[in-house]
Design a protein around this ligand. Structure first.
Ligand code: C2E
Ligand code: CA
Ligand code: CA
Length: 390
């Protein structure tokens, strides 16, 4: 959102105590007095000069102005709108937002501004922040115990080669079985785990558990299975900075007597873009160890084909959204065929995700898609639990 500038002459009032605050201001030039009405007499709270900010509290807490502001000389101000701040606030951690609101509220209370209390607690954004922040703290707390309580499980979904309908891999998908028996989807807790860095420990567990499960999948999966089928593990962006990641993968490979290419790591473009250099270094390391790397949800992010050939990837996976309207939309089919061809030309594997019907699977085959994953071939399923030897 664009910012604008305003000019005030000496003695001109910028805002008055008790008014609703829509803007904050940055002083570019001049001086501004902050004044409070003290039983009919104006009391000077402070004098602000170039580079200083005013009016920001009302913007953050939606409360009325707690003081008045008046120019002491010719003054130029940059105006910061609520929308401008809102964008940034929306991107910040709800817990930090909540604490910021609380701090402001306490500060106002300490100044005896009790008339402000109700307006801030009635504010919908504020309430939402409070609920979100509390929910996150609870989830974070529960996640810390989930590993020790063995509440995580992996479900496995087959990836099938269309030419002969042989299963060439399984994607490992995380589930959280809470102590009340409720099965929580990863979409609801992975981001919390990432923000609190518990993700590193959960990530280590996933790598080890998926590696262990390969032998069990081999023994118990009744469908046709290729000999060197792989287990595909989703990595979270916050696992790239984890210095132990390659060693944990190596240890799991040795411990469970796998070949490295029997493990695939799935990452999305947006995860790579969060810290491209670091992500590429880690992926190169994993690839040099022999692991496969798949680019997940290909085509849904900022897909830059310019760097595709510089990324250490072995396969592209396209999201279910491309398949959703492929049967009645020729443009979708053209896009899928184009991406499959791109993968072939770059000598990359290609997996279409989210096929639910036979018609979709048939159509994918005619578009040159080689591998398909989706409910049509199998929903993610749990293996019988088998405890690791201590
Ligand atoms: P994703 O990696 O894109 O996983 C594919 C999702 O599509 C899975 O949802 C899977 O169950 C679902 N799916 C597959 N085929 C079909 C289909 O035919 N129809 C429909 N409607 N859905 C299908 P899920 O298991 O809920 O996982 C959601 C997301 O959570 C994953 O998206 C991934 O981003 C994340 N996730 C899952 N497991 C892990 C994990 O172990 N680690 C990390 N970091 N993230 C994970
Ligand atoms: Ca995935
Ligand atoms: Ca995907």
């Amino acid at each position: 959102m664009a910012t604008s500038k305003i000019n005030l002459a000496a003695n001109e009032v910028l805002f008055r105590e008790g008014e609703a605050g829509q803007f904050a201001y940055l002083i570019e030039r001049g001086r501004v007095a902050i004044l409070r009405d003290n039983a009919g007499e104006y009391q000077l709270l402070s004098e602000l000069g170039p580079g200083e900010c005013l009016g920001e509290m009302a913007l953050i807490s939606h409360d009325p102005r707690m003081a008045s502001a008046m120019a002491l000389e010719d003054t130029t101000l940059t105006v910061i709108t609520r929308d401008h701040l809102k964008e940034r606030m929306a991107r910040s951690d709800p817990l930090i937002r909540h604490l910021l609101q609380l701090t402001l509220k306490r500060y106002r209370q300490s100044l005896g501004q009790t008339f402000l209390d109700t307006s801030s607690t009635q504010d919908l954004d504020y309430l939402e922040d409070e609920q979100q922040a509390m929910q996150r703290m609870r989830t974070e707390h529960d996640l810390r115990h989930a590993l020790e309580n063995e509440e995580f499980i992996l479900h496995y979904q087959p990836i099938v080669r269309l030419a002969d309908r042989v299963t060439t891999g399984f994607e490992a998908l995380l589930r959280w079985r809470r102590d009340d028996g409720q099965l929580v989807s990863p979409d609801l807790f992975i981001s919390v785990a990432e923000e609190s860095q518990i993700i590193e420990r959960i990530g280590h567990w996933i790598i080890n558990e998926a590696s262990r499960a390969r032998a069990q999948l081999h023994a118990s999966y009744q469908e046709r299975l290729s000999d060197d089928f792989y287990v595909s593990i989703n990595l979270a962006a916050r696992q790239f900075p984890d210095p132990d990641l390659p060693a944990v993968v190596q240890a799991a490979i040795s411990r469970h007597q796998l070949q490295a290419r029997q493990l695939q790591m799935e990452v999305t473009e947006s995860q790579i873009l969060e810290n491209r250099d670091q992500a590429i270094r880690v992926l190169q390391h994993l690839q040099s160890m022999g692991c496969r790397i798949a680019l997940d949800d290909f085509g849904t992010g900022y897909s830059s084909l310019a760097y595709l050939n510089r990324l250490p990837v072995d396969a592209l996976k396209i999201d279910k959204m491309f398949l959703d309207d492929m049967l009645n939309d020729a443009a979708s089919r053209t896009i899928i065929a184009g991406m499959a061809r791109l993968a072939r030309d770059l000598k990359l594997g290609f997996i279409a995700e989210g096929a639910e019907t036979e018609q979709q699977v048939d159509a994918l085959g005619t578009l040159g898609v080689e591998h398909v994953q989706g409910f049509f071939f199998g929903r993610p399923f749990a293996l019988e639990t088998k405890k690791e030897p201590a």
